[in-house]
Design a protein around this ligand. Structure first.
Ligand code: FAD
Length: 466
């Protein structure tokens, strides 16, 4: 019997479709080839944030003397770290599995392949093949790490995030290729443990999707810590050889007007992710573009009736919460609910490097392209915020507003920026006027009062800001 919805892939995009469709009273089957939770739970968001937490504690240990603590660090216990990281992932996984069992009428373990509009062939790990039918089929097979031509990922010295996340000790010398969110997060994971880290970025700044002032602030902070970020720099070659102390890589980098050769124990290739759509039947259905991304309208509909796509298979923001929102939209449209498509300008962007970077809405550059001279900016420096000072982290809150009008974007660099973006997201979502946010009482002393201060300044009544 055909299900109302068959979802291929149980990552954030796939399970968001499944849970929302079930909540709307639809009958849902989920097909997953590995473990529900996908990249996010097993190789992405969650294990990386567990290690970043450990690195943040290590950052505090490194400044213990300043805090009046006489501590001695005796080393990283890889086994205990592995247990901590593994426990977080497995507890979240158990909870998610229970929800899947509760909400889906069937969970098929195996590789799904769309053979026609309403039919998915499932190959289980023992080789047995079955067919699952659905009035709607949703492709949610996610993404895989990309590499550069000429760089061989050997899984030991030259790694992608899939392997690097499960390290038991920090490397001593690391080269990270790519200063996007993943590359910058790994730099922050390894550096507190004494690693010499060089990040190599082809574009002219780190976190190139963020507002230019956020990139500058995070690069300044990295420089102060001793993390080298080479921009406008291309990795030409990575050669792995044996030395007396084991395998090491030599990374040849071309820079503006010169070149560098850097030795490293580990090279992390973090240049982005490619859609995981090969062998899913999507190409045969004609729903992919020439880069392998699924092509859909703003509601996730492909050109084939009853076939939908969500998450990293789309050329949209490759973030778990973007996949959640895309999943909710697809399920609601299938259920016949009225729903707005995802407004990607309003999807918060978060990078958990230290200091954290988060933003929502338009960058100053994008706002000026749309609204020209009507755009105004206000920057509140976190140096005037007591909690940031106690945390020992610099940063800022930058508002992009329309003269006499609404909030267009908010850009935060600093401790807990990824949480502080919550209020900014609401302000941007509701197109709040600066004076409306400024009128809200913000608790003191808090990090989030920096948002209130920025809005106070933007509405012409600066308080503690300079
Ligand atoms: P995935 O999570 O990749 O899930 C796809 C699922 O489909 C997988 O479970 C896979 O096994 C399954 N599958 C694949 N092919 C088949 C098939 N043929 N049949 C059946 N099942 C199949 N995002 C954030 O928002 N915040 C973060 O902090 C963050 N940190 C990250 C850190 C790292 C190191 C990485 C790599 C990513 C991070 N991301 C983060 C991105 C986030 O993980 C992805 O955007 C998100 O997982 C995409 O969800 P998805 O459901 O589209 O795909």
């Amino acid at each position: 019997m055909a299900h109302d919805v068959v979802v291929v892939g149980g990552g954030p995009g796939g399970y968001a479709v499944a849970f929302r469709a079930a909540a709307r009273g639809l009958d849902v089957a989920l097909i997953e080839s590995a473990k529900v939770g996908g990249t996010c739970l097993h190789r992405g968001c969650i294990p990386s944030k567990a290690i970043l937490h450990v690195a943040e504690v290590m950052d505090e240990v490194n400044r213990a003397a300043t805090l009046g603590l006489d501590l001695t660090f005796n080393g990283l216990n890889g086994e205990a770290l592995d247990r901590f990281r593994g426990d977080v992932v497995s507890q979240m996984h158990r909870g998610l599995e229970a929800l899947v069992k509760q909400r889906c009428s069937a969970l098929h373990e195996g590789r799904g392949r769309l053979v026609s509009a309403g039919v998915v062939e499932v190959t289980a790990s023992d080789g047995s093949v079955s067919q699952v039918e659905g009035r709607n089929v949703v492709l949610a097979t996610g993404s895989v790490p990309r590499s550069l031509p000429g760089i061989d990922i050997d899984g030991e010295v030259v790694l992608t995030s899939d392997q690097a996340l499960w390290f038991l000790e920090a490397p001593q010398r690391a080269v990270i290729v790519g200063a996007g969110a993943i590359g910058m997060e790994f730099a922050s994971m390894w550096h507190p443990f004494g690693a010499e880290v060089t990040v190599v970025e082809a574009l002219d700044r780190a976190l190139p999707l963020e507002d230019v002032d956020s990139s500058k602030a995070v690069q300044r902070a990295f420089k102060k810590k001793g993390i080298e970020v080479l921009t406008s720099a291309m990795v030409d070659k990575v050669a792995v050889g044996q030395t007396a102390s084991g395998a090491e890589a030599t990374v040849e980098v071309s820079l503006d007007g010169g070149s560098r050769s850097i030795e490293a124990d580990v090279v992390l290739v973090a240049i982005g992710r490619a859609p995981n759509t090969a062998d899913t039947g999507a190409a045969e259905l004609g729903i992919l573009d020439d880069r392998g991304f699924a092509v859909t309208d703003e509601y996730g509909r492909t050109s084939v009736d009853g076939v939908w796509a969500v998450g990293d298979v789309l050329p949209t923001l490759a973030l778990a919460h973007a996949a959640f929102s895309e999943g909710f939209v697809v399920a609601d449209v299938i259920a016949g609910e009225r729903i707005q498509p995802v407004d990607y300008d309003l999807v918060p962007r978060v990078t958990y490097c230290h200091p954290e970077v988060a933003s929502v809405g338009l960058t100053e550059e994008a706002a000026r392209e749309r609204f020209g001279d009507e755009v105004e900016t206000t920057t509140y420096n976190l140096r005037a915020n007591a909690r940031a000072m106690i945390a020992g982290v610099d940063g800022h809150v930058k508002l992009v507003t329309r003269r006499g009008g609404e909030t267009l974007g908010v850009h935060i660099v600093g401790p807990h920026a990824t949480d502080l973006i919550a209020e900014a997201t609401m302000a941007t979502y509701w197109e709040a006027l600066p004076a409306e946010v400024a009128a809200i009482t913000h608790a003191h002393p808090t990090l989030y009062e920096a948002i209130g201060e920025a809005f106070l300044a933007a509405s012409g009544t600066p308080f503690h800001g300079h």
